[in-house]
Write a protein of this length. Structure first.
Length: 169
């Protein structure tokens, strides 16, 4: 008979200590993929501020139709005002938890395509063939994704919630 910890089923005290250490160690998660560059996000922010931000607002929170939302809806171009009216004053957010509920499981490729269609209706100042990717990079950053060294392309295919570090799949 031994004093202290008994030995069970062939596991030594050292083995039990190692197992305990593994169980007590904090879980590690793979780093979120960095799917855009800081320059893309900066350029996307400038594009956003020149067009998208008028409806979706400065912090990308969208519109609820509540009085006092800025910029004042009556200062917007007629085409944007018409879109807001058709949507009942509701413009969806482009960042935050409700955005991630809707878009989080979808891929960067799918989301970039949606941004491309919106850019066609409301072109930002200086729009070019890559503007939708720049905007997508900015939206990813505003949802918690971090820039890296590889540029976002039309072929980039990572779930938004994974890119934003909200889950690992």
């Amino acid at each position: 008979m031994t004093r202290g910890w008994p030995v069970h089923a062939g596991i030594s005290r050292t083995g039990l200590i190692c197992i305990g250490a593994l169980l007590a160690a904090p879980a590690t998660h793979a780093a979120s993929p960095r799917v855009f560059t800081a320059e893309q996000a900066r350029a996307g922010k400038a594009a956003y501020e020149s067009s998208c931000g008028l409806c979706h607002r400065a912090a990308l929170q969208g519109r609820t139709g509540a009085p006092g939302e800025l910029p004042d809806v009556n200062t917007l171009p007629a085409r944007m005002l018409q879109t807001i009216d058709q949507a009942g004053g509701q413009i969806p957010p482009l960042a935050g938890s409700s955005f991630m509920v809707k878009w989080g499981a979808k891929s960067t490729r799918e989301y970039a395509q949606r941004v491309a269609s919106a850019v066609g209706a409301f072109p930002p100042v200086g729009r070019n063939d890559d503007t939708y990717l720049l905007l997508t990079a900015y939206f990813l950053q505003m949802n918690g994704a971090r820039p890296g060294k590889i540029a976002l392309t039309a072929a980039t295919d990572v779930a938004l919630d994974v890119a934003a570090g909200r889950t690992v799949r």
